[in-house]
Design a protein around this ligand. Structure first.
Ligand code: NAP
Ligand code: HSE
Length: 439
């Protein structure tokens, strides 16, 4: 057997630990598969004394990950610290400058620096691999770069954040409040260091920006992703959607249009019985529509120690094969400039939840306003409130929670109708409007 492939691991948290565990458990089998053992030789983290449940005594310790990237006795630098800038970015640049192959799970860093990192890696003939950065354990990057490369991709979309899907599923199944489930997602190691990246839709947008480049061959443009998170979704919404035959999912959608690219991340109602509606827990799914293959859907764990580390190991193995492809589907220099399509107002049905003053004639007034803006209603029902609410004062009337499902209409019409209803004085709180997607 030939020399081991020497790995430098910067970051020994959820994912870094997982990488060490896979090599400890499956190292012999991996060596037989690739004809070369994988060997961690050097590591870096913030706290050398932390109990991580893994033995790191045989590895050379670096206090500074940049030193590790610059001077470590390694063949591949594995960046698992996170953060779009700072030590992760600086160490990655140093490793690539040195001509080392780099493997990372850091979608924030790539979404912000994709074009620069890809250009540098290709100029140094170094691999820059990031399967774990998009949908955790699902091999979608490799699928788009290699297996589906014979197709023109028109649309790529899916459930791209494990934490959000885990939270929405647990709220649905157990009726527990948002904050409690978020703590559980953090304890499971699914959430980002700053969980507002998950629930605010930013993490999904980072991944979508990479999928866009991989699918359409355009330069990465994270700033052009329209983003809404799941912060406004309440138990009342989840239960109402369930009764009406829908699930609420945080979706990421990128579409190639004649005017340019449309990228959006937002919550959506999807039919319960649809394939995407059935994706639950930390599971992600990514769908790609290709001109010859049709629709391909990959489903699997989107976050967590084992799943994410599995993708990291897959990339490390690729570096051992020395199969230096492009960082994206096209060489970095040939990626076309990103052109933003005007965000097409979603045309379809809408779910609207209103806190209405519970007075006679209010329903009729709402229906009339909706009709004035050409909106036809599929249903309008008063719902029990499933969330804890602040009690109103004794002399005030408790607002009623009313859920409206519209037939196909435009976002503009719904917004205008809601504004008029608000001006009529019927609404007691912020309306919540969620798009209905039939993907
Ligand atoms: P984590 O558990 O917070 O671990 C981060 C690690 O980086 C820790 O070991 C930390 O050291 C180390 N670190 C942070 N700043 C450092 C610095 N300045 N110098 C040296 N070491 C430093 O994070 P994670 O969940 O493993 O995520 C790592 C990366 O993978 C992120 O980019 C994340 O977005 C991505 N990712 C995570 C998942 C997931 O499910 N967790 C899935 C896909 C992608 P200490 O341990 O000493 O504090
Ligand atoms: N925080 C991310 C998620 C990790 O929950 O999907 C995987 O990228």
């Amino acid at each position: 057997m030939t020399e081991p492939l020497k790995i430098g691991l910067a970051g020994l948290g959820t994912v870094g630990r997982g990488v060490v565990k896979i090599i400890e458990k499956n190292g012999n089998d991996i060596a037989r598969k690739i004809g070369r053992p994988l060997k961690v030789t050097a590591v870096s983290a913030r706290d050398r004394t932390k109990d991580r449940g893994i033995d790191i005594s045989d590895y050379t310790w670096f206090d500074d990950p940049i030193d590790l990237a610059k001077t470590g006795d390694i063949d591949v630098f594995v960046e698992l610290m996170g953060g779009e800038d700072g030590p992760a970015y600086e160490a990655t640049i140093c490793a690539l400058e040195r001509g080392l192959d780099v493997v990372t799970a850091n979608k924030a860093m790539i979404a912000h620096h994709a074009n620069e990192l890809a250009t540098l890696a290709e100029s140094k003939n170094a691999s820059f691999l990031y399967e774990a950065a998009v949908a955790g354990g699902i091999p979608i990057v490799k699928a788009l770069k290699e297996s589906l490369a014979g197709n023109e991709i028109h649309r790529v979309y899916g459930i791209l954040n494990g934490t959000c899907n885990y939270m929405l599923t647990r709220m649905q199944n157990e009726g527990k409040p948002f904050d409690e489930i978020l703590k559980e997602a953090q304890a499971e190691g699914y959430a980002e260091a700053d969980p507002s990246f998950d629930i605010g839709g930013i993490d999904a947008a980072h991944k979508l920006a990479l999928l866009t480049t991989l699918s359409f061959g355009t330069q990465t443009s994270f700033k052009d992703v329209y983003i809404e998170g799941i912060e406004a979704i309440t138990l009342t919404d989840i239960m109402a959607a369930d009764d009406l035959g829908y699930r609420i999912k945080l979706l990421g959608v990128a579409v190639k249009t004649p005017e340019g690219i449309e990228q959006r991340v937002h919550p959506a109602l999807v039919p319960k019985s649809s394939a995407i509606g059935e994706v639950s827990g930390v599971t992600n799914c990514v769908c790609a529509d290709g001109d010859f293959v049709g629709k391909v859907m990959l489903v699997g764990p989107g976050a967590g120690e084992g799943a994410t580390a599995s993708s990291i190991i897959g990339d490390i193995i690729d570096t051992a094969y020395e199969n230096k492809g492009h960082v994206f589907t096209l060489p970095a220099k040939e990626l076309t400039p990103y052109v933003q399509a005007p965000l097409r107002a979603h045309e379809g049905g809408y779910y609207v939840r209103l806190a209405l003053k519970d007075l006679p004639g209010t329903f009729a007034a709402i229906a009339t306003r909706m009709a004035e803006f050409g909106i036809s209603l599929e249903s309008i029902v008063q719902r029990p409130v499933a969330d804890k609410i602040t009690p109103v004062k004794e002399d005030e009337i408790q607002p009623a929670s009313v859920v409206i499902i519209t037939h196909q209409t435009t976002e503009r019409s719904v917004s205008q109708a809601l504004k008029a209803i608000e001006q009529d004085g019927h609404i007691a709180g912020e309306p919540n409007m969620i798009r209905i997607e039939r993907l």
